[in-house]
Design a binder for this molecule. Sequence first.
Ligand SMILES: NC(=O)c1ccc[n+]([C@@H]2O[C@H](COP(=O)([O-])OP(=O)(O)OC[C@H]3O[C@@H](n4cnc5c(N)ncnc54)[C@H](O)[C@@H]3O)[C@@H](O)[C@H]2O)c1
Ligand SMILES: O=P(O)(O)OC[C@H](O)CO
Length: 344
Amino acid sequence: MIQNVAVIGAGSWGTALASVLAKNGHQVTLWVRDAQLADEVNQTHRNQKYLPEATLPVNIVATSSLEKAVAGKPVVLLAVPSHAMRQVCQSMAAYLDPEVLLLHATKGFELESLKRMSEVIAEELSPQITSRLAVLTGPSHAEEVVCEQPTTVVVSSESEESMLRAQDLLMNQNFRVYTNPDLVGAEIAGALKNIIALGAGMSDGLGYGDNAKAALLTRGLAEISRLGIKLGAMPLTFAGLAGVGDLIVTCTSKHSRNWRAGYMLGQGKRLDEVLEQMGMVVEGVRTTHAAYALARREQVDMPITQVLYGILFEGKTARQGVEELMGRGKTFEMSYLNPEADRS
Ligand SMILES: NC(=O)c1ccc[n+]([C@@H]2O[C@H](COP(=O)([O-])OP(=O)(O)OC[C@H]3O[C@@H](n4cnc5c(N)ncnc54)[C@H](O)[C@@H]3O)[C@@H](O)[C@H]2O)c1
Ligand SMILES: O=P(O)(O)OC[C@H](O)CO
């Protein structure tokens, strides 16, 4: 069924998802924070800053008014950075349709509270929203999605109906949408892979090869799963699109913001220089901070995250980080063989 959909956030991901929805025939209102960019989208059907190569469908109409964007819309899709989620929800709460289906496509935790995005959304809107809330995640770079390159993603929700509605809205020949009821696992996997992507970029920036990258991905997945399972995720989610699928794409793609930021750090640039040069959200930086705190709180061993925390926030060099990881004591690969020695 054709729907009126509001997409909140006109960075690369919001713009690409607006394009998918519009090509599926939906009427899309795109909320753009910057009024000048809203005019550009309406007049030129382009978003030069975030997706310069793409021409956008004409059934995307941009507005810088959050009220105009969401009022009366049966579906709202949030694609803002994690640090903006709470404030955006607060600002749009009064205008939302009481029966709205809410999707979010944000990969991160709220740093201050260490909460997942769906928890932040439920706190700001209402606990009942969870029955109409779904997350969209999986291996999907905006730059490829907007040019209709084959892409697979996953939607997760506590409500089967919401999950199926989200799948129907988004799925097409080039954008294949799977469902997975493990909302907790989907959100955690999507957020934590960005930490490992920073590490993979660093490894490449240091000039290390494929062996190092494979080690980071595999041991990265081990610690992502360890924390995720402790926080209530289903183990198999980490073997799926939200887990290993997204880990592969983010750690190996030239489009990845997290990999690119890591690469520059590996080459010896300072974090502030790197973030300035990126000009786009690099979720992995805040997520490293959040995961470091969560790992301490939950007493879960996350050696790669710990080392990256040291590099990002404590002045350790990338090379020292590698030495630290490679110089750790002997241990089992599979912690189930010796749960007492749950080390990576
Ligand atoms: N880019 C991708 O390919 C991709 C794919 C999947 C998921 N994501 C996730 O989507 C989310 C958004 O990423 P993106 O790549 O579109 O980022 P981006 O850097 O391309 O754009 C960020 C957007 O958020 C807006 N913004 C920044 N601060 C804001 C604030 N305080 N309040 C409201 N809006 C604010 C900016 O104006 C911009 O429109 C992230 O969580 C990211 O991990 C991105
Ligand atoms: O470009 P990145 O590193 O923010 O990753 C974007 C998506 O999460 C890839 O699935």
